[in-house]
Ligand binder design. Structure first.
Ligand code: NI
Length: 179
């Protein structure tokens, strides 16, 4: 099921997500919804808080840029190592449509997580996958890529985001109550 993506500055995006205690059917259903929502958007990564679920779950599929990388769902992900210096990537976010800015992050990062079968996995991420994994793990801690930008830039982006949200809410609400 495609879920509604929460848009910045929705307060849910600033909350810290809770660890998943058991990888059960509801968690797998959440993962399926997240893949479906991400592909429909379209995007290469999505974290559960972006659809209002405060659980430590994220999905990634960077194949548009990295055909050799398989899509992956990470439950309770944790960065266990970084290497290779920093790399700069122009990041966007499904919760901040219409914006993209350069952000510097570790170039290679190893993530430990549970897969949808509850098995512990370890994945060494490079390139876009490394950037996206770190971006999504930030979401689980209530952090957004705009937090890495200078304050004045962030404030003007926030103003634009609020305006866009209002514009979006306006006509859509109007349609749904039209006779
Ligand atoms: Ni994002």
């Amino acid at each position: 099921m495609i879920r509604e993506i929460r848009l910045w500055p929705d307060p849910v995006l600033r909350r810290r997500a809770l660890p998943v205690e058991a990888v059960d059917a509801p968690v797998r259903a959440l993962v399926n919804d997240m893949f479906e929502t991400m592909y429909a958007a379209p995007g290469v990564g999505l974290a559960a808080p972006q659809i209002g679920a405060l659980q430590r779950v994220l999905v990634l599929d960077t194949r548009p840029r990295q055909p050799e990388v398989q899509p992956v769902a990470m439950i309770n992900p944790r960065i266990v190592a970084t290497e290779g210096g920093l790399s700069v990537y122009r990041e966007g976010c499904l919760s901040i449509p219409g914006e993209a800015e350069e952000v510097e992050r570790p170039a290679i990062t190893t993530v430990e997580f549970l897969d949808v079968d509850g098995q512990l996995q370890r994945l060494r991420c490079q390139g876009l996958l490394a950037t996206a994994a770190q971006h999504e793990i930030d979401h689980l801690d209530g952090r957004l890529y705009v937090d890495y930008l200078p304050m004045l830039q962030r404030l003007s982006m926030r103003r634009r985001a609020k305006r866009r949200k209002q514009e979006r809410a306006g006509p859509e609400q109007g349609t749904s109550i039209a006779l």
